[in-house]
Design a protein around this ligand. Sequence first.
Ligand code: KE4
Length: 427
Amino acid sequence: MEDSKSLAAWQKSQQFIPGGVNSPVRNFSKVGSHPRFIARGAGSKVYDIDDNEYIDYVASWGPLVLGHAHPSVVEAVSSAATNGTSFGAPTTLETELAETIVNAVPSIEQVRLVNSGTEATMTAIRVARGYTGRDKIIKIDGCYHGHVDYLLAKAGSGVATFGLSDSGGVPEDFARNTLTVPFNNPDAVRETIAANPDEIACLILEPIMGNMGIIPPQDGYLEELREITEAHGIVLIFDEVITGFRVAYGGAQSYYNVTPDMTCLGKIIGGGLPVGAYGGKRDIMRCVAPEGDVYQAGTLSGNPLAVTAGITTLKCLAEPGVYTQLENAAAALADGLAEATQRHGIDAWHSRVGSMLMLYFTPETVTNADGARTADTERFQQYFWGLIERGIYVAPSQFEAGFVSLVHSGEDINKTVQAATQVLADL
Ligand code: KE4
């Protein structure tokens, strides 16, 4: 496959940007080569600067549930830009997006817009600490909540991909208040609380882990976390940056019918432009400045272009039948991959919730991060390159998720299954 232009672009970008990329997961070093530089996207496809076409399942790591360059989003953002790009003053667009989120997400009575998922999770924890007056937090081994100093302990996504147990540059003292427990283990949460009575401000988790592949909650797990945290006055925070508007219009909390105290959002609510959000019960959000004393701010928070992309995207997702369409397309892909691994006797664990899925090269059952870590990443590397060579673009890491969009056609799915079947036959 021709990739000389991407190679040259990467050699140049490394002169000016660490690792040649603005986010580590985009670097292909863990799959043994250089990244493809993307020229454009259209629908379910992306095209690199060597003019190779790929069916895209990275979807910019989740936001592009409508596919690339959706006409409604492009038109709305282009039109908004003619009115100016930023004012540093309130606009009715922000209220419109906030109202849409409040009406969609069960736990959110008030919401603050920020610029990224990291800002959302960082601030939600600050609010929980301000609301409870407590310092310690519980996170789940393998969950990734952005590059917040005290949340990089045992994180997923790029931290797991690059085998970093946590991150350099984070003083021990910063991580001291972060307690980590395994996913799908409510007793570990009970034990941690018992060992730290009245000291824990919040428990933050991805209700469906999407940064160690895809790991769903086992039956009753989220309900137990809700009970335990309620009983101890601990703020339960669902990090729905990936799952929000992805697995259901109301996110994982409506999919599983469990209501947290606070929710973090990102990705889809920006429609591919930078938007994050944190929200929750009014009596908690009352802590946020200028009403309360918990400070959070942002020059471009609620940016009119980004908010316009988000509003337009959520309007499309509110249409009837959208999540059934996503479910059917993703199920067809998952069934095809499962049949292919079975046919070729490949040890694999398949995981999917709605339109997010992952194939793990392991004979084990994956119910937590340790299960995900049993996966054969060498084999994943071969699988990844086999797919790239056949025009299928998946995340360059076993510890990420695959995303199906509303514009992945039956032909796309069939082509993907055929390509994967050929690759798996050669593994
Ligand atoms: P951002 O700061 O990257 O917008 O969001 C951080 C974040 C928070 N919470 C969850 C559950 C997330 O998945 C993320 C970011 N996800 C990664 C990929 N899994 C973003 C990709 C990247 O780091 O470039």
